[in-house]
Design a protein. Structure first.
Length: 230
């Protein structure tokens, strides 16, 4: 191990302090007071005596700088979760984690039994028009529900007349053909296993015996009996 004298160490320190490139100017670093002044701090904080006292006190008492108790990990997690929950919102404008509102269908809003959403989907899928309004499926579902209720009511009456508890195609046909308006609406419709209306032409009906007796001439009355021979 080589032993360097004091003068050699001094010369080495001076050589290291000089810049390696003579054409490049030596760097000058701003002092602590200059950095504080750059941030426009009050003048009382720029006093070097106050700065030295504060540094000394912080070094002597490291716990006093951090005297405030740190929040627990669970408290931090709860606060971060609450902040995220406030900022984040879910579907339909509701806050995340809040009570979810019960969805109400368009059929319930319109007071119908027929599905408004399904009718609207079929209208769009069928391409009957380029655009379909929001009121079109509601109106169509209401009309279809009215026709179905009217037809089922008449068919139920026909089933009762025939002393049946189940509606069959025959009852549907009797209900349609015996109603004037439904007969016009479904004039060209053929119902499978429906049959026809019971009708027999008057010419084909058998004549009644009473009518025959009324039309036939009565036979002449017999003359008085002749006197008996003695």
């Amino acid at each position: 191990m080589e032993h360097h004298s004091k003068s050699d160490r001094y010369n080495t320190a001076v050589w290291r302090s000089q810049p390696s490139n003579p054409h490049r100017s030596s760097r000058t670093f701003p002092s602590h007071a200059d950095r504080l002044a750059h941030h426009h701090l009050p003048q009382r904080l720029l006093d070097p005596h106050l700065i030295a006292v504060s540094i000394t006190s912080s070094l002597s008492n490291p716990q006093s700088a951090n005297s405030s108790p740190k929040p627990s990990r669970f408290a931090m997690d709860a606060s971060s979760t609450a902040a995220v929950g406030k900022a984040k919102k879910g579907a339909a404008g509701r806050k995340a984690g809040g009570p979810r509102k019960k969805s109400v269908s368009r059929s319930v809003k319109a007071g119908l039994q027929f599905p408004v959403g399904r009718v609207g989907r079929y209208l769009k899928k069928g391409r009957y028009a380029q655009r379909v309004g929001t009121g079109a499926p509601v109106y169509l579902a209401a009309v279809l529900e009215y026709l179905a209720a009217e037809l089922l009511e008449l068919a139920g009456n026909a089933a009762k007349d025939n002393k049946k508890s189940r509606i069959i195609p025959r009852h549907l046909l009797l209900a349609i053909r015996n109603d004037e308006e439904l007969g016009k609406l479904l004039a060209g419709v053929t119902i499978a296993h429906g049959g026809v209306l019971p009708k027999i032409h008057a010419v084909l009906l058998p004549k009644k015996t009473a009518d025959k007796a009324a039309k036939e001439p009565k036979s002449p009355k017999k003359t008085a009996k002749s006197p008996k021979k003695v």
